[in-house]
Write a protein that binds this ligand. Structure first.
Ligand code: HSE
Length: 424
């Protein structure tokens, strides 16, 4: 395209506004249309007077854009609009992880069939250009592992707890005020946002399509400030980690809070930061980090995709995507278990007997002094054991009468830096 690239934007929320602002500052791009619900309420005076404001996708198409940017979020009607734009041969840029996670393979196929492109850098890790790096920069390697901090809201909450012992609700409210959190913050906290992003990474890195719902998720809501005290005693801290390992034509994967070593790259990620580590058979581990959430960082990814299309560099080598033959979360992993009990003699003996019966070895038992006997936390760290076995043992222990809170079990991530397989 030699003239100005005509962009139509659907979605004028946090990211949409940042994208519009950025596009308006450029002289190689023209923002021809903005679509949003209740558009009169959304209209602002800093947008060029010639830009069409509309609530109708048909109106938007009538503006004959060179690129359609979808930032409304959610699957419907976003997937349908993207499909219609691609059908019409219009290149599409989206930051919609749910659409790409669920429909990415078929939409990419449609784009290829229509001789156009679908770009989605903003769907994963905000402003960190990990999609393009995997697709292009690492195309020469066979990737076997992806592990990352993919949700800025969870990382913000966990690092506020770690550094300031902040209560969960207060840290969440701050993340919401800063514009990181989803409209429904349980998407962040319960791992569904990272689950969709992980499905996108699995598609891009392994060429395997997985249903996001098949990727196991665990919430960070049960993690408390006391867990950071005990994690530190073990030389670790806690982060929400999304990981996937390629096993032949299948995938082993999960999302949830995990202990990571204090000297690991994950432990160094603070606030809304994201970090993605990929491991390849030839190139070893490569990490990508930066600001993973918020309007401006995500807008960088979106606008960069628009510019790549405008400059004719938007297409990437087509990756053959096929369905993963199997998706499982079973891995042998060291484990941290926090118990909160109404104290009495014999509790440790009782649970040690259950672990022994299941052939699970206790590495350490730690109990900080100073807690009241009616609500006393202590932790047990376990040597590597298959998750299903640990869960069965914990199911038996949970039925015992001394718990004040259900036990919290977290895997211990022992490293992706120096080994081909994350032993979760
Ligand atoms: N809510 C997401 C996060 C940002 O906290 O990372 C958008 O993907």
């Amino acid at each position: 395209m030699t003239s100005r690239c005509r962009v139509a934007l659907a979605g004028f929320g946090t990211v949409g506004r940042s994208v519009a602002r950025s596009l308006q500052e450029r002289d190689d791009v023209e923002l021809v249309a903005i679509l949003n619900r209740e558009v009169e309420r959304k209209r602002v005076e800093w947008i060029d007077r010639r830009t069409t404001w509309t609530e109708s996708f048909d109106d938007l198409l009538r503006c004959r854009p060179d690129v359609f940017v979808e930032l409304i979020g959610g699957r419907a009607p976003a997937a349908d609009w993207i499909r219609r734009a691609l059908e019409a041969g219009i290149p599409v840029v989206t930051a919609n992880k749910q659409v790409i996670a669920h429909d990415g393979a078929s939409l990419l196929g449609l784009a290829a069939a229509r001789g156009t492109v679908l770009r989605f850098e903003g769907a994963v890790a905000g402003g960190v250009p990990v999609i393009r790096a995997i697709e292009s920069g690492l195309a020469g390697d066979a990737l076997t592992l992806v592990a990352g901090i993919l949700n800025g809201t969870c990382n913000y909450i966990l690092t506020r707890m770690e550094r300031d012992a902040a209560p969960f609700d207060e840290a969440l409210r701050e993340a919401q005020a800063l514009g990181f959190a989803e409209a429904d913050a349980s998407q962040d906290i319960d791992g569904l946002d990272a689950q969709a992003k992980l499905a996108v990474l699995v598609m891009v890195a392994f060429g395997l399509q997985v249903s996001p719902a098949a990727l196991a998720v665990r919430s960070i809501a049960t993690v408390g400030p006391v867990d950071f005290v005990y994690a530190k005693r073990l030389g670790c801290t806690i982060r929400q980690i999304a990981w996937a390992e390629r096993i032949g034509s299948g995938v082993r994967a999960a999302v949830g809070p995990a202990l990571v070593a204090l000297d690991s790259p994950f432990a160094g990620v603070g606030g809304s930061g994201n970090l993605v580590a990929v491991h390849g058979r030839s190139g070893g581990t490569t990490t990508f980090g930066g600001r993973g959430a918020g309007g401006d960082p995500t807008a960088v990814a979106v606008v960069s995709d628009v510019l790549a299309i405008a400059r004719g560099t938007g297409s990437v080598p087509a990756v053959q995507v096929r369905c993963a033959s199997i998706v499982s979360a079973d891995a042998a992993t060291p484990c941290y278990v926090r118990f909160t009990v109404a104290d009495r003699p014999g509790i440790i003996a009782a649970l040690a007997a259950v672990f022994a019966r299941h052939d699970v070895n206790i590495d350490a038992v730690l109990q900080e002094p100073g807690y009241p006997p009616h609500e006393r936390p202590f932790i047990v760290s376990l040597d590597a054991a298959p998750w299903p076995v640990v869960e069965t043992a914990l199911g038996e222990i949970e039925r015992m009468e001394f718990h004040v809170q259900p036990p919290l079990a977290l895997p211990v991530l022992t490293g992706v830096e120096d080994r081909p397989v994350a032993t979760f």
